[in-house]
Design a protein around this ligand. Structure first.
Ligand SMILES: C[S@@+](CC[C@H](N)C(=O)[O-])C[C@H]1O[C@@H](n2cnc3c(N)ncnc32)[C@H](O)[C@@H]1O
Length: 235
């Protein structure tokens, strides 16, 4: 159980998958708590604020959207009546099952697939995608794999793709990695990487885009002193 500062430490993605499959089968007052906060009200407030933020920054009308690491598919509920189509990918079979049961829209599809091994020929909606969403997902991807994910996005994104990313980041001078760290809040061992804002800029510079914008979100929802939420628009 460790809280590691500074060095680039890998986390075990099988443990991440296991963590989310277990949460998919836990009883919560709201499904949002499976992927957001334990607390129902905080999760609902965050969902509302995130939707507002996306709509303020990205015009999805008539666009093909893909979310990598889609969890329970909550973004489909927000976007289905605005976008042309929505495809959610996740490596947790149990979360995709929830998404398929709870988000039944003709133009939305969900699919079990690892973000680090996107099989383009098997995607249920054909690329290219105009909007790519990462929402609380890159924090579970190791540094060597994050380059793979960015290459894949360059491959499946349209020429004018826009990326909307929201991630908790480190507000220290260095990154923080939680490795098999017992979280009282989550009542489980937890693995995640809180990169610095500069590290995320380096990640997004790998994309075939020219502009990266970043700003804070949820200052009042976070009670952590070492991490904060940030959103990025890359175009
Ligand atoms: C905190 S949840 C966020 C879910 C969703 N993006 C949302 O905002 O509601 C993180 C998600 O990333 C998924 N994930 C993590 N690593 C992944 C990988 N290598 N491939 C696919 N999905 C992954 C998890 O299964 C989980 O559903």
């Amino acid at each position: 159980m460790s809280r590691l500062y500074g060095d680039k430490e890998d986390i075990n993605s099988e443990k991440v998958k296991d963590f989310f499959n277990k949460r998919a089968n836990k009883e919560f007052d709201s499904d949002l708590s499976i992927v957001l906060f334990q607390d129902k009200e905080n999760s609902e407030q965050r969902h509302i604020e995130e939707k507002k933020l996306l709509f303020e920054n990205i015009d999805v009308s008539g666009k093909k959207v893909i979310e990598i690491g889609c969890g329970i598919g909550r973004w489909a509920e927000a976007l289905h009546d605005k976008c042309e189509s929505f495809l959610g990918l996740d490596f947790s079979e149990d979360l995709i099952e929830i998404a398929n049961k709870s988000q039944k829209y003709d133009n939305c599809k969900f699919q079990v697939m690892s973000a680090t091994d996107i099989k383009v020929d098997e995607l249920l909606i054909e690329p290219p995608f105009d909007v790519i969403i990462f929402s609380g997902f890159l924090m579970y991807i190791n540094d060597d794999d994050i380059g793979i994910v960015m290459d894949e996005v360059n491959n499946i994104g349209s020429e004018n793709m826009k990326i909307f990313a929201m991630e908790p980041i480190s507000c220290l001078e260095t990154r923080l990695t939680l490795k098999d760290f017992y979280s009282e809040g989550l009542e489980s061992d937890y693995n995640a990487i809180y990169r610095t804002e500069d590290e995320y800029f380096e990640v997004f510079e790998k994309l075939n885009c020219d502009k990266i914008f970043a700003d804070d979100i949820f200052k009042d929802l976070s009670d952590h002193t070492e991490t904060q939420y940030k959103y990025f628009i890359v175009e």
